[in-house]
Design a binder for this molecule. Structure first.
Ligand SMILES: [Zn+2]
Length: 140
């Protein structure tokens, strides 16, 4: 009898974590949300209980239009994780969304990862899962 190995899947976030729960809940409807301070205007990301600018302001939820610029990136060519080793080579990048949040994600569909991607424009594409979607990016 042969062993049947389960198909490796992407590790998913903890949807019960108090600070990030609202962020991941919004991804289920394919919305990338961030916070902005109603007092000083500071954009706050990742989700927190207080403003990182004035520490006292009232944080309001905003929704990104989902476009941004690659700040920097790396090409992963070897991975020991059961899922990610099926994806190599892949691009991990810090993305500056147009509204201000900087987010670490994958840029998918890059056929020539050796070309410089710094400064390239990207937009969100969603990878759907049960109860959550993962914001990935593609070049535009
Ligand atoms: Zn503030």
């Amino acid at each position: 009898m042969a062993d049947i190995k389960p198909v490796a899947t992407r590790p998913l976030p903890d949807l019960t974590e108090e600070d990030t729960r609202s962020f991941w809940a919004a991804t289920n409807t394919q919305r990338f949300v961030y916070q902005q301070c109603g007092s000083c205007g500071m954009v706050v990301f990742y989700p927190r209980q207080h403003c990182t600018g004035c520490t006292t302001g009232r944080l309001e939820e905003r929704t990104s239009v989902g476009k941004g610029t690659i700040y920097t990136y790396s090409v992963v060519r070897q991975s020991y994780h059961p899922f990610f080793r099926t994806q190599v080579p892949y691009v991990v990048a810090w993305i500056d969304l147009d509204e201000g949040p900087r987010f670490l994600s994958n840029v998918i569909g890059v056929t020539s990862p050796d070309l410089s991607l710094i400064g390239k424009r990207v937009e969100i594409t969603w990878e759907g899962h049960e109860g959550v979607s993962i914001p990935l990016f593609k070049l535009i």
